[in-house]
Write a protein that binds this ligand. Structure first.
Ligand code: AMP
Ligand code: FES
Ligand code: ZN
Length: 319
């Protein structure tokens, strides 16, 4: 088989084949391709204006690691800090923390570690009642809450996550299928906060595929966590991603068209029709929520009830 040539410099041994674009690159040109694309996404969506002091939520996986490394490489003057949330998942959390410590040390980026255990509740402990069979749902709630709270407490204006095109398409597919438009309207590259209790949320990898992120950390020679969280066994998100790849095989470009239609066609209409959600302060913690008590505090309360009425700082309110 003849050696594949890099589409940019013509060198032989182009290891990275970007499937959707049908081009191959050598290591050096791939890094250039990825970083230029990242730069153009950040500029296109005005991300620099809303992330002057970002807190990058770093799980140690390929996506958030690509976001951190990519932002540091493309915008060296950006004052970035990384946040790792220790979810208390035996084995997996320790391994993730090791990887996250390594990459932040290599980059010279400050790392903040927030341990759920210090608040008395790890993800396995929170996955009780109706969440026993879907720990990822409660895990996601807790992560979003902690990211926002830690960012604001430390004076960051924004939280950066590694959500990419494949993640967004997978979730959108489900939301449109079910007609959950109030949630679909929140799936965007930049979600503005209020600067007080809600940090801006920025997704610099909004247009990157899983494959592109994986190639980037590989080409940069950066270690990432490769194992799956032991709690996600059989998760719907995984089977939906497989399904979307099957559709993509039959309809090439499906994911990019779908995402573009969402951003350019649906979002402007949804924004007009739905307006901003009405937020109020959680009766327990004071952070914004659409209900009386936020989902984080409700989760905390469930654990307390499960433990037979242990007092939650004397604050477990009704509602
Ligand atoms: P997930 O909800 O696991 O799909 O992760 C979505 C994003 O949340 C990732 O791209 C990260 O930016 C962030 N994230 C996930 N897990 C953690 C963690 N343990 N600590 C900090 N950030 C995380
Ligand atoms: Fe959240 Fe596994 S990382 S359930
Ligand atoms: Zn609350």
């Amino acid at each position: 088989m003849p050696a594949i040539r890099c589409a940019r410099c013509g060198a032989e041994g182009a290891r990275y084949h970007v499937s959707f674009a049908r081009v191959s690159f050598c290591d050096k040109c791939y890094i250039r391709y990825y970083e230029r694309k990242l730069r153009s996404t950040v500029l296109k969506y005005g991300m620099l204006k809303v992330m002057r002091r970002p807190l990058v939520a770093l799980s140690g996986g390929k996506d958030s690691t690509s976001a951190l490394v990519g932002l540091k490489s493309v915008f060296p003057d950006l004052e970035v800090t990384a946040l790792y949330i220790d979810l208390g998942i035996p084995g997996y959390s320790e391994e993730s923390e090791r990887v996250v410590r390594k990459v932040t040390e290599e980059l010279g980026v400050e790392l903040v570690v927030h341990r759920l255990r210090d608040e008395g509740r790890t993800v396995p402990e929170l996955a009780v009642g109706r969440f026993k069979r879907k720990p990822c749902a409660i895990c996601g709630t807790v992560k979003r809450y902690v990211m926002n709270r830690v960012a604001l407490e430390r004076g960051h204006d924004s939280v950066v996550t590694g959500h990419n095109l494949d993640d967004t398409v997978e979730v959108l597919f489900e939301l449109y299928r079910r007609g959950q438009l109030e949630e679909a309207v929140r799936l965007r590259p930049v979600l503005l906060g209020d600067g007080v209790k809600l940090a801006n949320r920025v997704k610099p990898l909004f247009e990157m595929t899983d494959e592109e992120d994986l190639y980037y950390v590989d080409a940069k020679g950066i270690e990432v966590v490769e194992s799956w969280c032991p709690l996600v066994r059989g998760a719907k998100t995984v089977s939906r991603k497989v399904l979307i790849h099957e559709i993509e095989a039959k309809i090439p470009g499906f994911r990019h068209t779908f995402l573009k239609a969402h951003v350019k066609r649906y979002l402007p209409v949804l924004e007009k029709v739905l307006g901003q959600p009405v937020l109020r302060e959680c009766a327990v913690c004071g952070y914004p929520t659409t209900s009386e008590v936020c989902s984080y505090c409700r989760a905390m309360r469930r654990v307390v009830l499960q433990r037979g009425g242990e007092v939650a700082g004397g604050k477990a309110t009704g509602g």
